[in-house]
Design a protein around this ligand. Structure first.
Ligand code: HSE
Length: 367
């Protein structure tokens, strides 16, 4: 199978290098920006890829919505398989891409969009066929995990942890998507869709990132034997889906507390197999590239889509999810046991008085 690659950043270069010696694969042209085609395998005109009848599959590693989405549609229109690591695009346009892929008899897979190198989405899709998934939850963002780990273990301030994550190339110059939880939220959209056979909307999911967590919050938690982790969680409550992103406090015995650096750790809860966790490198060229390559091999084996045509839009309802929450507002800490809906609403109202207010959830024992 001849595979073209869109983009030659960290992930694109990793994928290209891995395609060179992957069994049954042939590395095709790589699309780069005009003026950047310095190697013979690089092209700057996308038509040379979409119009090339020898290219069987297109891997997209550009990120963002545009032009990634229009390239995806063009690849599928041309009957080529489309594989991507782009969670923002799949969260926004997954159903349209899947529908076009189905119409054209092409594949549309996106294992690397969640968990970087952790082959979790692939396994979630398989598990959802054979069991009833009740919840999916975990550390889905490597950058914020690196920062919280640096604050927890080395006592760095939030600002210093962010600077360090940026200097190492983990956090973007504009770190908003990572630190405000938006990246994790896109990943939980894809996870919930596959777990529950639905299609939920990113903007329906309440999302609190880590930018309000201070060195003082970390020190207090540490004194209590607790560790902050940014958790994205989705669960099935009857016919409703509850999903949210929020800093979560784990006891030091929990595997989440020992997930360090840019690691990811995701746990599935199912009615028959119980609890199953996946952990590993949440980002990076070769880890993410290995998930992309796995999709390419699956496509060559006849695998076509994670999204079935039965996946239908579904609203998010947080009223049935009861937890214990920690709030900090105007320097005062207090706890409350209530539904996730009430907790996020209360937090929004506290933020009017204190824009740096904190909301965190205490992990339940069974987590
Ligand atoms: N910015 C993402 C993260 C990259 O830090 O997890 C991998 O999806």
């Amino acid at each position: 199978m001849k595979v073209a690659v869109l983009g030659y950043g960290t992930v694109g270069a990793g994928v290209y290098q891995m395609l060179l010696d992957a069994p049954g694969m042939e590395a095709g042209p790589v699309l780069v920006r005009p003026g950047k085609a310095v190697e013979s395998f690089m092209v700057s005109d996308a038509a040379l890829i979409f119009g090339d009848p020898t290219v069987d599959a297109v891997v997209e590693t550009l990120g963002g919505l545009d032009p990634a989405y229009s390239y995806g549609m063009r690849a599928l229109e041309a009957g080529k398989h489309f594989i991507t690591a782009n969670k923002a695009m799949v969260a926004a346009h997954g159903l349209e891409l899947a529908a076009l892929a189905r119409e054209k008899g092409a594949a549309f897979l996106f294992s690397a969009a969640c968990g970087g190198g952790v082959p979790f989405l692939h396994n979630l899709a398989l598990s959802a066929e054979t069991d009833r998934i009740e919840a999916v939850s975990g550390i889905l963002n490597g950058t914020t995990n690196y920062m919280l780990d640096a604050m927890q273990r080395r006592g760095l301030s939030y600002a210093d942890a962010l600077r360090e994550a940026q200097s190492l190339g983990y956090a973007e110059a504009d770190p908003t998507a990572d630190v405000e939880g938006l990246d994790a939220r896109r990943k939980i959209v894809l996870s919930a869709d596959l777990a529950f056979g639905v299609n939920i909307r990113e903007e329906d999911i309440p999302c609190v990132g880590i930018s309000s967590i201070t060195a003082g919050d970390i020190a207090k938690a540490k004194d209590e034997g607790l560790t902050y982790k940014l958790i994205a969680r989705a669960e099935k409550n009857g016919r409703a889906v509850a999903a949210f992103v929020c800093p979560t406090l784990f006891p030091s015995s929990a595997p989440e507390a020992h997930t360090d650096g840019t690691g990811n750790l995701v746990t599935l809860f199912a009615s028959r197999f119980g609890k199953q966790s996946f952990s590993g490198a949440g980002a990076g060229g070769y880890p993410t590239g290995s998930n992309v390559l796995r999709d390419c091999l699956d496509v060559a084996d006849g695998c076509r889509s994670f999204y079935a045509d039965s996946f239908t839009p579904c609203s998010v309802n947080l009223s049935g999810t009861q937890c214990k929450w920690l709030f900090r507002c105007m320097g005062e800490y207090f706890t409350r046991e209530c539904s996730a809906r009430e907790a996020f609403d209360a937090y929004e109202s506290y933020r009017k008085d204190d824009p740096h207010a904190l909301l965190a959830r205490y992990a339940a024992e069974e987590e």
